[in-house]
Design a protein around this ligand. Structure first.
Ligand SMILES: Nc1ncnc2c1ncn2[C@@H]1O[C@H](COP(=O)(O)OP(=O)(O)O)[C@@H](O)[C@H]1O
Ligand SMILES: CC(=O)OP(=O)(O)O
Ligand SMILES: [Mg+2]
Length: 419
């Protein structure tokens, strides 16, 4: 933590590359941000969605200087390589092209890093091979991450490409939380254990929650609820993850947009032996046709709430199942931590869906948990408390920023400073 303070001492603008491009490649989308790490400001941000379909869409927002108007492109974008080339063109149109000498690194979200990577890592052939080896345990994510990395390497072979792993923050989990209770030899031979995901978000949000409470991360125990399309909970004790709801793959745990979360593993035997489904069909069923979409046909919480308001019973049942699972994890992690200082809601659903927060915490006063209806209804991009003053445990909405965290870690690595 001492010595090289390249970022703190700084240098005149232009003579040290200070920009980081962050790529978050999902199965059918790429989110990106270009940041200036001298002040962590965003110069541009955007999203390419529905990659591989006829109706692909790129939305690019210039944010540097006075900003500028959002630009949108529609029409087929065949694959992640084409998507990244389109992003590079949009950045170039703002004078922020990938050829810029200001660019210090490209930071990539990589979902599965197994046990080998507990910190941000400069990508070389060996790292690429390891990410490739882990494709079977992150089939929706790692292939897209790899394409993003390879395309970025083609565009700027001279630049450090940094991998920031979703699994890294969870490598501190004790064996009691990380191991499945199955035959140890079989588990070890096939590296079967609970790895956990969304770690960049859990790390960032637990630190921001401590900040909101005016404390150091070491002083607080936080339950983080990352509720996006993929969703996971984590128990963070004094800044270190001690348990999380996702496992060998991002399928375990909470009910998600399209994933089942926890089920009895015997369901899969039954589907195979009795329903005659193949392993691949079961994989697709549990990862893509389950969760909220499987229960009611919609995976967007906005749509589900709209249907509930119209009296739709399937939507209501889907919501109730989602909430029931979430409450079980809050209770479980309360017991894992012993003392809880805060419960933090984050990601698309956690940051925006007040009814989810209300239902998740309702009736838990005995645990020191409560939500104030007025505070809960406030819409804001800022971290904020939604618990009443009397409550023993803080309940907070803490917007996640995986891209900022990836940029911070990537820049620290290329500058040789601790993040
Ligand atoms: N205003 C809103 N109200 C309720 N839910 C919302 C709102 N905005 C977004 N969401 C939910 O957030 C989800 C997307 O979350 P996000 O964290 O962006 O997911 P991901 O990163 O996995 O794509 C949507 O599917 C939707 O369910
Ligand atoms: C790991 C995971 O589930 O990621 P996402 O929420 O981006 O799908
Ligand atoms: Mg996400």
């Amino acid at each position: 933590m001492t010595g090289t303070t390249a970022t703190a001492t700084g240098t005149a603008a232009g003579d040290t590359a200070s920009r980081v491009l962050v790529l978050n490649s999902g199965s059918s989308s790429v989110k990106y941000q270009l940041l200036d790490m001298r002040d962590s400001s965003r110069l541009a941000a955007g999203l390419v969605e529905r990659i591989g379909e006829q109706t692909s869409r790129l939305v690019h927002t210039p944010l540097g200087g006075g900003g500028g108007d959002k630009r949108e492109r529609t029409g087929p974008i065949a694959d992640h390589a084409a998507a990244l080339k389109a992003v590079a063109e949009e950045l170039a149109a703002d004078g922020l092209g990938l050829d810029s000498p200001e660019l210090a690194a490209i930071g990539h979200r990589v979902v599965h890093g197994g046990l080998r990577f507990s910190a941000p890592t400069v990508i070389d052939d060996a790292v690429l091979a390891e990410i490739e080896r882990l494709v079977p345990v992150a089939p929706l994510h790692n292939p897209a991450n790899l394409t993003g990395i390879r395309t970025a390497m083609d565009l700027r072979p001279d630049l450090p490409q940094i991998a920031v792993f979703d699994t890294a923050f969870h490598t501190t989990m004790p064996e009691s939380a990380a191991r499945y209770a199955i035959d140890v030899e079989t588990a070890d031979a096939h590296r079967i254990r609970r790895y956990g995901f969304h770690g960049t978000s859990h790390a960032y949000v637990s630190r921001e929650t401590a900040k909101l409470l005016g404390k150091a991360p070491e002083e607080v125990n936080v339950i983080v609820l990352h509720l996006g399309n993929g969703a996971s909970a984590s128990a963070v004790k004094g800044g270190r993850c001690v348990d999380t709801s996702m496992g060998l793959t991002p399928l375990e745990g909470l009910v998600m947009g399209t994933r089942s979360g926890d089920i009895d593993p015997a369901v899969t035997f039954h589907l195979k032996r009795v329903a005659g489904m193949s392993t691949d069909e079961i994989d697709v069923l549990l990862n893509k046709r389950s969760g909220l979409v499987g229960l009611c046909g919609d995976n967007d919480m906005r749509e589900i709430r709209r249907r509930i308001d119209e009296g739709d019973e399937r939507a209501l049942l889907a919501f109730d199942i989602y909430i029931h699972r979430l409450r079980k994890y809050i209770g479980a992690y309360y017991a894992v931590l012993g003392r809880v200082d805060a419960v933090a809601f984050t990601a698309g659903v956690g940051e925006n869906a007040a009814p989810v927060r209300e239902a998740a915490i309702a009736g838990l006063e005995e645990l020191g948990l409560a939500v104030d209806a007025d505070l809960n209804s406030v819409r804001s991009e800022k971290a904020r408390l939604i618990s009443p003053e009397y409550a023993r445990v803080a309940v907070a909405v803490v917007p996640t920023d995986e891209e900022l965290e990836i940029a911070t870690q990537s820049y620290a690595l290329v500058r040789g400073v601790n993040a």
